[in-house]
Ligand binder design. Sequence first.
Ligand SMILES: NC(=O)c1ccc[n+]([C@@H]2O[C@H](COP(=O)([O-])OP(=O)(O)OC[C@H]3O[C@@H](n4cnc5c(N)ncnc54)[C@H](OP(=O)(O)O)[C@@H]3O)[C@@H](O)[C@H]2O)c1
Length: 317
Amino acid sequence: MSAVPDSLPGISRLGLGTVQFGFDYGINNTSGKVKYPQVLRILETACRNDINFLDTSRNYGTSEDVLGRAFRQLGLEFIVSTKLDLPDDFRELSDKEIIQQSKTSLHRSLEALGLDSIPIYLLHSYELKTYRNGLIWNCVLEEMTKGLIRYPGVSISGSPREAEGCLGDPALRVLQIPFNVFDRRLERAGIFKKCAERNIVLFSRSSYLQGLVLMEPDKAAAKVPSSKEFMKKLGEISGACAVPPKELALRYVLGKKELASTIVGLDSPEQLQENLGIFARGPLNTGLVEQIETAFQGTPDELVNPALWKIQYPPPA
Ligand SMILES: NC(=O)c1ccc[n+]([C@@H]2O[C@H](COP(=O)([O-])OP(=O)(O)OC[C@H]3O[C@@H](n4cnc5c(N)ncnc54)[C@H](OP(=O)(O)O)[C@@H]3O)[C@@H](O)[C@H]2O)c1
């Protein structure tokens, strides 16, 4: 197969999640899709503060188009991670049609983002990676040989089985995972260590669980009932050490050295500034890390898997 790129991209430890630029998103969101002038301010703030990495997808509404327009307007460059999109009914298509749709998705991403080559290109799930004996994944690898993709990978749910399945493939170079104070399934299963050993770029999302971690416990419980006891416990830890839950959540994730980057979704430059301030305070001390890891050992799937929250994305028109 294709040559493996020889060096890993130097992606910033803090990255931007940009689904919020493409449609209304987030369990606690009230402001809707981020307006274009705000996107420009977020990207400028990011660049000024040495953030060079962002995550998007062909299926995050207008996110790629907005980003491409902003890159051109501001003359900025980011290391972009994007994802392949297929029509909802792709399972009814022939192999040939799926390959055609996959190539179309890649070319649309390249065009929208104004790039000759996508730095990190992901499939949205392990199911897509293994679909029809790797039909879509093999298409991605073939496009990589043409130089249209640098690092191929998969964005997975928190299932260790899926992560193991991905790690069994030497062609895989990047893994995007959910990871936060409530969700350590993959770290506990040894996946962080294995990625480091195999030189796989590991980056995380969902430090704030879409914003759930930042909600009042009662409000959070109204949306995700199983969150109540865990949010209460997080509040207790926060009260005892006088560190706000938001800061505990982000500094906890930023302390994991095996993560090349952590992407945080944003609605405003002010949120980015605040997250940068938190980032600057560095990882939590060992005692706090231990408290968090002891308190949240057995969190239920309903809490850590937003797909079970029954919120529809993109929202119905
Ligand atoms: N591959 C996948 O399956 C997948 C799935 C989901 C997301 N993603 C990616 O991951 C990124 C992150 O999304 P996520 O769902 O994991 O969300 P997240 O980063 O855990 O949380 C993002 C949300 O937290 C809130 N927030 C951030 N900074 C804040 C601050 N300083 N103060 C107050 N609130 C703050 C905002 O919500 P409010 O609206 O409440 O302000 C923001 O939308 C996405 O943008 C996307 O790129 C990937």
